[in-house]
Ligand binder design. Structure first.
Ligand SMILES: Nc1nc2c(c(=O)[nH]1)N=C([C@H](O)[C@H](O)COP(=O)(O)OP(=O)(O)OP(=O)(O)O)CN2
Length: 287
């Protein structure tokens, strides 16, 4: 007997990669359970499938930075507050300091959908009732036929997990000039924000102001803030980052895109639909 739930949840996270740097991701999650029915003649009540499995996925990976810990030269120090120095293959590094709950440490050399799926399946199955003998997850990307981008950010004013300084999204973007969808503009922004960290100028500090030590980070930006989960710090190469004069909520990002595009096309009606991951976002229009 099997039970399935499609589109159980969406994981919005970021991961570290020695080539790409920090990559924002959104995965849709489907689940299939295997086992014997219980005395309610159910494998597992759908409401428990939704609540319990979603809550495990949230605890293990959602809104976290996924760090492959078998990369040569990586260092992970600390227990409750962890400092991570992640080497890039250009010789640069991404350095973080934050509460342990903001990271998902994966024992591998890189992050892949297959590796993450196996890790989550193991974590979930061990917490389900004994009549459930197997579990299969399907993590998939939203099918986007147009150019899209991967961004990472942190929202220090958010009272939930979006305050974590490095989580992200894989997002589509729609731009219209005088009601016509503009491939050229969408493509431009998708390239500009391909694997980008969107940092608020307000959170930028001097390297010397950080509580962590840093070595060769001359061409890097440093960010720091304290939110309800604790102190968050990040050092990231400037080339992987765009500084913005705003909080990086989807409302502000979409407004920023719309105003920037309007400045180049003053006589056009501009409409931008900015997405934060899958199926949600903001719309801004300027006449
Ligand atoms: N109006 C807005 N609300 C939220 C924003 C935002 O920009 N504008 N941003 C966030 C976070 O960045 C977050 O990454 C997105 O949250 P979400 O995927 O909705 O997370 P939840 O855990 O609340 O939802 P699930 O899909 O159930 O995991 C938050 N809100």
């Amino acid at each position: 007997m099997k039970l399935f739930v499609k589109a159980l949840t969406v994981i919005d996270s970021s991961y570290l990669d020695t080539t790409r740097g920090m990559v924002g991701e959104s995965y849709q999650v489907d689940v299939e359970l295997d086992g014997r029915v219980n005395d309610q003649n159910m494998l597992l009540d759908f409401s428990l499938v939704k609540k319990q499995i979603k809550s495990i996925i949230d605890d293990v990976v959602d809104h976290k930075l996924i760090v492959p810990t078998q990369v040569a030269g990586i260092s992970v120090v600390g227990t409750q507050q962890q400092q991570i120095r992640f080497p890039l293959n250009t010789g640069e590094a991404i350095v973080l300091n934050g509460p342990a709950e903001a990271y998902c440490l994966l024992e591998s050399e890189c992050v892949s959908i297959a590796g993450l799926t196996a890790y989550l399946e193991h974590a979930i199955l061990s917490q389900l009732p004994n009549n459930i003998t197997g579990l299969k997850l399907n993590l998939s990307h939203e099918k986007i036929d147009t150019p899209f981008y991967h961004y990472s950010h942190g929202l220090k004013k958010h009272d939930g997990n979006c305050q974590r300084i490095a989580h992200g999204h894989r997002s589509r973007l729609d731009i219209f000039l005088d009601d016509k969808w503009e491939h050229g503009l969408v493509d431009h922004w998708a390239k500009a924000w391909q694997d980008i960290y969107l940092g608020s100028m307000e959170d930028k500090v001097d390297l010397a102001d950080l509580s962590i030590q840093c070595d060769q980070q001359q061409q890097s930006y440093a960010f720091q803030y304290t939110a309800s989960q604790g102190l968050f710090e990040l050092i990231i190469p400037q080339r992987l980052c765009q500084l913005l004069p705003l909080d990086t909520t989807i409302e502000s990002l979409t407004e920023y895109l719309c105003h920037t595009i309007k400045a180049d096309h003053p006589t056009c009606k501009v409409k931008v639909m900015g997405y934060e991951g899958i199926g949600k976002g903001a719309i801004v229009e300027l006449d």
